[in-house]
Design a protein around this ligand. Sequence first.
Ligand SMILES: *Cc1c(COP(=O)(O)O)cnc(C)c1O
Length: 423
Amino acid sequence: MSTAAPSWLESGAPFVWRPYCQMQTARPPLAVARTYGSRLVLEDGRELVDGLASWWTACHGYNHPHIADAVRRQLGLAPHVMFGGLAHEPAYRLAQRLAALLPGDLDHVFFAESGSVSVEIAMKMALQFWINRGVTGRTRFLAFRGGYHGDTLATMTVCDPEEGMHALFAGVLPPQIMGSLPVDDAGLAALDAQLAAHAHEVAAILVEPLAQGAGGMLFHDAAVLRRLRALADRHDILLIFDEIFTGFGRTGSLFAMQAAGIEPDIVTLSKALTGGTLPLSAAVANRRVFEAFLSDDPGAALMHGPTYMANPLACAAANASLDLFETGAWRSDVARISAELAEGLAPCRGRPGVADVRVLGAIGVVEWETPVDVGGLCAAFADLGVWIRPMGKVVYLTPALTISSGDLERLTSAIRRLAGALD
Ligand SMILES: *Cc1c(COP(=O)(O)O)cnc(C)c1O
């Protein structure tokens, strides 16, 4: 087993600008040779259990043969065609299936290639919904502290203004209206008053339902979502759920909205949509939103169309991923993972420096009192044979829903060791 970096890493490194990375001081990344199941196989021969499923995408594990076969088949037919004026079976079938899986009349699927872009599209839909109906001045969004909706310019404005990754740009970007989630009656009254003051200028309320992900893995209960639906209705404001993190079983229901029994007017999906195989996202609107764009006036159309919109390979992967969800096995998988996360992380509770331990569905979180050294911890975890990359104060696990109990135990025991809570 050699620990020398592969030659491609050393020769290419000066030319690659990495994500969220201080390029002057960051440790070199781990070089991955291949993946399978819940495992990353490194170029030096080491094999790590993946605790994150590659930013929550690889929900069925890596290299799932059913998805790989579907992509290979589509590759032989048509890897890509433009979506303007042309249609293909993978996208049309996927749109129909997503509409059938989503509750209510969330039936109108607009595809894009990344989560941030789908949020941008949802925001555009909401803005133009009002313009098309002849209502002026609805130019802002109400978003929540702790939220994360992407890294593009418009989505940065709806991320948490302080905790988020984008505080740097405060003052550059137009401020949105920041609220606190209505977790109780007092919060409900406060948000109601905030909306009453701003209703004339708010196009939509935007929230990650049940779990705010990249903003700190913060959980709230379904009653919060029912309150938001009621407030949106009372003030005649659209409601957008960003289910890019929560969609496809992560919180225990296929979509987080189903735990609340209500629907937003628009929902965004990405991350696990293709089972971690190819980039794809969607903004899905209900009938009311869609119908606001129907007109004899071409100018009322939604003016958006990414070049790689509805890429056939990505849609084929997504259809294959939905086949796997349709077996229903994910339900018991999430329940098992949830119980094992709760048991495996519980000993961290009350340890010095640990502020909180929480689990929701297949999300396990140990929150420290102060921000952790991300690079140092990643390296320490890799030495223990696991891939875990903390965010801020939060060390979390979002494994593939197919991870074995043995692999999950390796992940939780690595975190217990960090917390000084190894049995
Ligand atoms: C990851 C994420 C996004 C952004 O998706 P990208 O594909 O990284 O652009 C937006 N919203 C939520 C809730 C996310 O988790």
